[in-house]
Design a protein around this ligand. Structure first.
Ligand code: B12
Ligand code: SF4
Length: 470
């Protein structure tokens, strides 16, 4: 059995290499599980390579797989289906399997497409292994939990698959099948080390209930972790085999369990790993002791989801954070000598022009080193999506538009144009302040930094849409 795993590109026809990118770890884990059982597997990252239709066709032709399995996030739903169609046009006997966050949310809708044979709901590692084995042995698929498939024109849903209890039983992602060296979330990072970049995940699931979030569908509400030893083994592997010196921890909440993070930090120091790293953090799990330990172990930046500067909007979104916690976290993080990246949103339920002003005001007050003002996207499966559909507020239903720089929701308080204008205004008024410009200039250490900042400035002033491209 030959299995081809594909991460779809942004567009099948245009040049679209994303500005920021990271490795598709979901496919990396699936490939590792299959390889462990001696199954022939290959990954094509069409996203980072900006592959077009012809290149994908060539890849299918030259590898000649028995199964093509595609990873689908909502804005890549059309591309996922198009790749399935290409596969079926080439060879109707190739089995097409779709998985990923969008499929987990809307498997019923996707399985109806004739070019799709199987949809996978939730975590894909062991489902894929069982599926490939069952297909190879020509067994009935009914025994494979967590899928929908078609038999004699009828859609069959199997029993649901429980979440993977012990994450350490999953082998490390198959990094050797990915183009490590082509990934980078930041074109340049003055705190970075010379060497390559890689993203890793140390936990799955989140106990919080933010109404715009769909992560619960795939990973559930229980927080499951890899052991610190597993995490260090992965970093050491990347360090010694790929010269990786810059790590991005992409967990939804990296800092949820303080003692665990301290253990990971202690191991980084003990093993003499000279790395620079950054992570996603949540403002309500921060303290000085933890931040200092992180800094001593090579952390240079924390990215916090602030979302709104208005307490009512935060409460409506069930963020379970307060404005005071946000202010404290930013203060403490800066005090510990770390850079802070603040993610803000415009257009959450209840948003008005006045609440957007509160958000811009808070951004200027807490003054992150980098800010992102994204437009809130109602991903299928989230309460935000249900709210938008129920009230008739979802104005655009083209999946390609479910990206953070596209306004698809309109409420009586805010038109789509209001949301777009607010996002642009927020970014401009944040960055184009003398204080912020001086701060950026002061931080520049290398010619690379200068080039990057000129690039950002050009984008900000002339090609705004490219900031959240992808
Ligand atoms: C790191 C990250 C990125 C990175 C890398 C993404 C990548 N290539 O994997 C970057 C920065 C590039 C990125 C970009 C974007 N991202 Co992103 N990202 C994440 C993040 C934080 C972690 C991803 C990760 O590694 N997860 C761990 C792995 C193990 O999980 P996984 O990828 O979901 O895969 C598992 C299952 O989904 C399933 N599965 C996945 N693919 C397949 C395929 C098959 C065949 C099968 C059987 C199973 C399967 O099995 C996997 C293993 O269990 C997630 C949030 C999260 N906690 O997951 C958001 C998330 C995936 N991103 C999201 C979005 C929206 C985007 C963007 C569209 C943002 C934008 N610009 O508008 C782009 C699209 C990128 C693309 N591929 O086209 C959304 C997707 C929501 C949705 N319903 O589609 C998420 C869930 C966050 C959120 N709720 O907002 N992202
Ligand atoms: S947005 Fe973050 S904190 Fe909120 S539920 Fe999703 S993963 Fe958890």
């Amino acid at each position: 059995m030959k299995v081809l795993l594909i991460n779809p590109p942004i567009s099948m026809t245009e040049d679209t290499i994303p500005l920021f990118n990271s490795a598709p770890l979901g496919l990396g884990y699936i490939a590792a599980v299959l390889e462990k059982e001696n199954i022939d597997v290959k990954i094509i990252d069409g996203y980072v390579k900006g592959l077009k239709r012809e290149q994908i066709e060539d890849a299918i032709e030259s590898y000649s797989p028995d199964i093509v399995a595609i990873s689908v996030v909502t804005p890549r739903a059309k591309q996922g289906l198009e790749i399935s169609r290409i596969v079926k046009e080439k060879r109707a006997d190739i089995c097409t399997i779709l998985g990923g966050p969008h499929i987990t949310a809307l498997s019923d809708e996707v399985i109806k497409h004739k070019e799709v044979d199987i949809t996978v709901i939730g975590e894909g590692e062991f489902t894929m292994l069982e599926l490939v084995t069952a297909i190879a042995d020509k067994k009935d698929l009914r025994s494979v939990a967590g899928i929908k498939y078609k038999k004699d024109g009828e859609v069959i849903e199997t029993e649901s698959r429980p979440l993977i209890k012990d994450l350490d039983q999953i082998p490390h992602p198959a990094f050797h099948l990915l183009p490590i060296g082509e990934y980078n979330p930041y074109p340049s990072n003055s705190k970075g080390r010379p060497g390559k970049f890689a993203n890793i995940i140390t936990s799955r699931g989140c106990p919080h209930k933010c109404t715009y979030c769909d992560v619960k569908l795939t990973f559930g509400r229980s927080f499951r972790v890899h052991s610190p030893e597993y995490v260090i083994e992965e970093i050491e592997y990347l360090y010694h085999n790929y010269n990786v010196r810059n790590i991005s921890f992409r967990d939804s909440i990296f800092n949820l369990r303080k003692e665990r993070i301290k253990e990971i930090c202690a191991l980084i120091v003990k093993r003499g790993l000279d790395i620079s790293w950054e992570c996603n953090g949540r403002v309500n799990y921060v303290d000085e002791d933890l931040l200092r330990t992180m800094k001593d172990a090579g952390c240079w930046q924390i990215q916090y989801g602030v979302e709104s500067g208005n307490q009512e909007i935060l409460d409506k979104a069930a963020r379970n954070t307060t404005i005071q916690q946000i202010k404290d976290a930013f203060k403490l993080t800066k005090k510990a000598g770390l850079e802070v990246h603040g993610y803000f949103m415009v257009g959450l339920p209840g948003e008005t022009k006045a609440t957007i002003k509160d958000t811009i005001k808070l951004a200027k007050l807490i003054s992150p080193d980098l800010v992102g003002f994204t437009i809130a996207v109602p991903f299928p499966g989230s309460e935000f999506y249900e709210w938008a559909v129920k009230n008739g507020y979802l104005k655009i239903e083209d999946w390609n538009s479910f990206v953070f720089n596209s306004a698809i929701v309109e409420t009586p308080e805010l038109s789509r144009q209001d949301v777009l204008d607010a996002q642009k205004h927020a970014l401009m008024s944040y960055y184009l302040r003398p204080k912020q410009i001086i701060k950026l200039i002061m931080k520049m250490r290398t010619v690379e930094d200068l080039k990057t900042n000129i690039g950002y400035a050009k984008i900000l002033l002339f090609k705004f849409k490219d900031i959240y491209h992808g």
